[in-house]
Design a protein around this ligand. Structure first.
Ligand SMILES: Nc1ncnc2c1ncn2[C@@H]1O[C@H](COP(=O)(O)OP(=O)(O)OP(=O)(O)O)[C@@H](O)[C@H]1O
Ligand SMILES: [Mg+2]
Length: 453
């Protein structure tokens, strides 16, 4: 292992020299400077792991040196030496990020120990950071946000299967990110430099879907004035993304099955067999098993497509992703519109987290975009949220009670609804109602009495 480099800044040559000798014997590489200024210029020249600095020195003192070092390379550790009367400064140094301080006169054992611990801590931090950036590389697919357990599992799966050519079927409600995931698989696969071609099966009428997929020869049908390549040919060596695959008509399903099995097909109106090498990713917003049962989707085709199955959960089932998505979209649209929206208030964020998002991430994304475009607020707050989001909260927070309802009943209703809202958490309910937990227990017993009697 490479020797650790320690820089000593000490204006008393005797003290400086004794520390130098001591640490050199311990196997460290040492640089010695007689004031902060000299130390800083040495620090800039080499990758110093640890700085040991006296506090009171001419030209630049220990505190200034500490600040400069932490500014230049925060991972460099700093240990300060304090003489009598500089304890206050040493404490200040700790607040500014020093690892520890040692008091004069210097005890060789103490200084060795502190140095050892500082370097150990640094190694741990660096290893940790290394690990984390590796994990991020693995799980962070460009522009796909997800910290929930469910999404992290999906990222792991994608990472695992991207390298293979197996077909992938992605199922998820509208706006959950199916296309994003399809992209990620392609661009993390060995086919990344080859084409990624998308076909929206739902938007193509039965008459033209085959010519779109397989191409056609000149004169194949009225209007076919020239021969044309289909998406399969365009995607050769790359990936073909069959979006809304459930909408492919039955006759086309048979032909699709053949391409998947044999890798070959003919253009519409042609008899030349064309061979392609393609990876298929298909997507659907409803589970195709149902369609298979109904007989609208071929079972054999389903199994061909469904080699790897990815189920993208709706946003309401991974609410913990919402804050990350919100911040991601604020950044995104700040950049797009050259705005400087600083963030979002805690309360507004909790509205967004609670909201149902039937349009999933797409709806959330559009909401953030329109808030920025319409209001460009300094900080997003409740008043900037669309009415339906505000309403949805109010509905949840309001208990309708008729005028003239006996107080006892009102109390009972509020107690029950609050407990419902806190999912039975009595401590939280007590907090909301401004009473203590024991009172809640007592009131609940009272409520139950008429029924148990
Ligand atoms: N996890 C995510 N992180 C960041 N952006 C996302 C995420 N999921 C979805 N989006 C964004 O939401 C929008 C909708 O995503 P996408 O088009 O992939 O959804 P979809 O499932 O294909 O929807 P549909 O079924 O309507 O076609 C896109 O702008 C996409 O970038
Ligand atoms: Mg889509």
């Amino acid at each position: 292992m490479e020797k650790k480099l320690i820089l000593i800044a000490e204006d008393d040559p005797k003290v400086g020299e004794s520390i130098r000798l001591l640490l050199k014997k311990r196997g460290y590489e040492i640089r010695l400077a007689s004031n902060g200024k000299e130390a800083l210029s040495l620090f800039r020249q080499e990758t110093v792991d640890l700085v040991i600095t006296d506090l009171v020195m001419p030209k630049m003192d220990g505190i200034e040196l500490l600040e400069a070092v932490k500014g230049l390379r925060p991972e460099a550790e700093v240990v300060v030496i304090s003489a009598q009367g500089t304890i206050e400064k040493a404490v200040q140094a700790m607040k500014l990020g020093a690892f520890d301080f040692i008091q004069k006169p210097i005890n060789p054992r103490v200084i060795s120990l502190v140095v050892e611990r500082a370097l150990e801590k640094q190694t741990l931090i660096l290893q940790n950071r290394d690990l984390r950036s590796k994990l991020e590389d693995r799980f962070h697919f460009k522009n796909i946000i997800g910290r929930s357990g469910k999404m992290v599992k999906i990222f792991e799966l994608i990472h695992h299967i991207a390298a293979y050519d197996s077909s992938v079927l992605i199922i998820g409600e509208s706006g959950t990110g199916k296309e994003l995931i399809a992209n990620a698989i392609h661009y993390n696969s060995p086919r990344a430099s080859m084409p990624f071609i998308k076909v929206s099966c739902a938007s193509l009428s039965e008459g033209i879907i085959e010519s779109e997929l397989f191409g056609h020869e000149k004169g194949a049908f009225t209007g076919a004035i020239a021969s044309r390549k289909g998406r399969f040919e365009m995607a050769d060596q790359g990936t073909l993304f069959l979006d809304e695959v459930g909408d492919i008509p039955p006759t086309t399903q048979i032909k699709l099955l053949r391409v998947l099995q044999e890798g070959e097909f003919e253009r519409v109106g042609g008899n030349r067999t064309i061979q392609v090498n393609i990876r298929i990713i298909a997507a659907s917003n409803r589970d195709l098993q149902e369609a298979v049962k109904n007989g609208t989707f071929r079972e054999d085709l389903y199994y061909r497509l469904n080699v790897v199955n990815i189920k993208l959960p709706p946003l309401r089932e991974r609410k913990e992703d919402t804050p990350f998505l919100v911040n991601f979209f604020i950044d995104k649209f700040n950049q797009k519109y050259h705005m400087n929206v600083k963030g979002i208030s805690q309360r507004a964020m909790s509205f967004l987290i609670d909201y149902g998002w039937s349009g999933n991430v797409r709806e959330l994304e559009n909401t953030i975009e329109s808030i920025l475009v319409i209001n460009s607020p300094g900080v997003i707050d409740i008043q900037h949220l669309p009415q339906e989001i505000k309403d949805s909260q109010e509905k949840r927070e309001v208990i309708p009670i008729k005028i003239g309802t006996p107080l006892e009943e009102v109390e009972r209703e509020i107690l029950i609804q609050t407990l419902k809202a806190t999912k039975g958490n009595k401590r939280r309910a007590a907090e909301l109602l401004g009473i203590n937990v024991r009172t809640i227990h007592r009131k609940m017993e009272e409520l139950e009495e008429p029924y148990s009697a």
